[in-house]
Design a protein around this ligand. Sequence first.
Ligand code: BDP
Length: 709
Amino acid sequence: MMRRLVARCAVVLALMLGAAPASAEDGYDLWLRYRPLPAAQAAALPGAVAAQEQDPTIRVAAQELERALAGLRANPREGGQGAIVIGTARSPQVAALGLPLAGLGDEGYLLRSATVAGRPVTVIAASRPAGVLYGAFALIRRLQLCQPLDRLNVTDRPKVKLRILNHWDNLDRSVERGYAGQSIWDWWRLPDAKDPRYIDYARANASLGINGTVLNNVNAKAESLTAPYIAKAAAVADTLRPYGIKVYLSARFSAPIELGGLKTADPLDPAVRAWWKAKADEIYRTIPDFGGFLVKANSEGQPGPRDYHRSHADGANALAAAVAPHGGIVMWRAFVYAETDPEDRAKQAYSEFKPVDGKFADNVLVQVKNGAIDFQPREPFHPLFGAMPKTPMMIEFQITKEYLGFSTHLVYLGTLFAETLEADTFAKGRGSTVARVVDGSLDGHRLSGIAGVANIGRDRDWSGSTFDQANWYAFGRLAWNPTADPRAIATEWAGLTFTPDPTFVRPAVEMMMGSRQAAVDYMTPLGLAHLMATGHHYGPGPWVSDLARPEWNPTYYHRANASGIGFDRTRTGSNAVAQYAPPVARRFADPGKTGEDLLLWFHHVAWDRRMADGSTLWDTLVRRYDRGVTAVGTMRRQWDALRPHVDAERWEQTAAFLNVQEREARWWRDASIAYFQSISGRPLPAGTAQPEHPLDWYKAQSFPFAPGH
Ligand code: BDP
């Protein structure tokens, strides 16, 4: 039924596109485009929005609905089929309907078709205004996708409490690992001038259910906690507040020394604790609903409690005590590894954090990257998930594609996010998925959270490419519901961002769904990781072995030698497998059961070892690289075929980027094969092309001006 209706909407859209070429779009409107529907659908649109409450969030919900209705009608006389009634039980109109609002929590909503005074209405009801706003965006999605409003009966609420973007944005507007231009936060002109973009940023995030944002880089400057910068953050908070979005700040652990003139930042020192308390009081005087702090401590040179021989729990609790009276929280990152520690880097966070499970204050969440190394194209789930049952564990994904081709490679991350969330930790037997650790249901936590390192910048299209908008979108939708299906999310996004026409959506979604595996294949196949060039992390550098810290070198990770390749993380190696629950550990310890996707993550495998299909590891490795390059060529041709459905500006940009991606996929493949062949000494399998250049050519490439570094 639904499919038929979508198709009907789309066929008419396609006819419209045929009649007049699609007009240019620059991507600014993201998935909130509100372009006119075909006349038949526009005629069925509700006519008015009825809101009775004087509340800023309900006001923006009503405005958004009106804006959508106005945009979806080609002509203002269209539509008018009943009203949309929105509100909480404080609205007499809503209260009179006697709807079951009690189970919706602070952010859930329901959508209902109802009759009021003999007239059909669509109701968006919630127990709190934020739910009304989320319900409004859910209804708008339906309108945009031409889904029917009659017999509507939808109830939804987020499974995760904190759904947060992490901006790695610096105070000078540069963005660490940002590939979409400068930071949107104009710190210099704030607080007096508020860029209207902040409102569109809030709308986009609220449409996904994102309810928090950390404004500054985890590699934080103490200055962001000074009075002028607190005032600037407050101006942003004022703009975002009606949209249900709280502001958080990254805190530099040594700020008591740098700003407070103290001799120490020891978290157990009373003067240090008093400084944090006074600082928190100061922030809350200006930002009464301030969310709290995100902290990167004792990681990659950042100061932290270990500098004073204190634990991460001691550090986190000092800040947590300061924000607790105000209802604030601390997100303490577990991304730690030390140059002084010769242990396998993949093991260090677990070794450091597992022993302090149960020692954190109850307003602390430990924020753990999806994998144990660093946002690589593919990693097994982090062993800390399931290993700290007494602590709320927040997952951190990277939406910005630091290791996945920046903004010029089309890589849909919905599948990457879902792969981790679906992984079973076996912490409490089968079904103990990472999603259940993260949403708090496995261990019954009150707090739960998902963070995504934002890919947002000042580029007109926000994310640097149209398809990178899908990664922001998928993050938000999965943060709301970590068991959502990445294919359904891609389908929804493509329908909203381009057209719901299935002749467009189906192939576009196919491209998206295969794109992450393609990148894995041409960059780091079979469980390899961290093979990128130094610093900027752009392009291949598997030969790099001369960096100061061993675990910064790609050779540390792939360990290729004359006999084979891969990192032995079994008992004969680092035994990182032992950090997983026994059923998982057994699977990862057995090269026959690990699965090809993670094989070289856990095992050092002989070049001549036979794989499941009988070919040698070496031949399989080369073929994986080829498969990745071929897949990008297929994507480029699929996109060519979609040209009639897409406006010129967005089509051309994507086509240009796919050319870049195809060229760079080949570069990754050729450089990697040239290097690994110099070590394996084996011939390429029959029918495969030689690298275009000799190895030294690849080694000589340099990119001093790559973005994001
Ligand atoms: C790495 C990035 C670095 C970040 C670090 C982190 O290369 O820029 O500061 O992660 O997450 O992936 O702290």
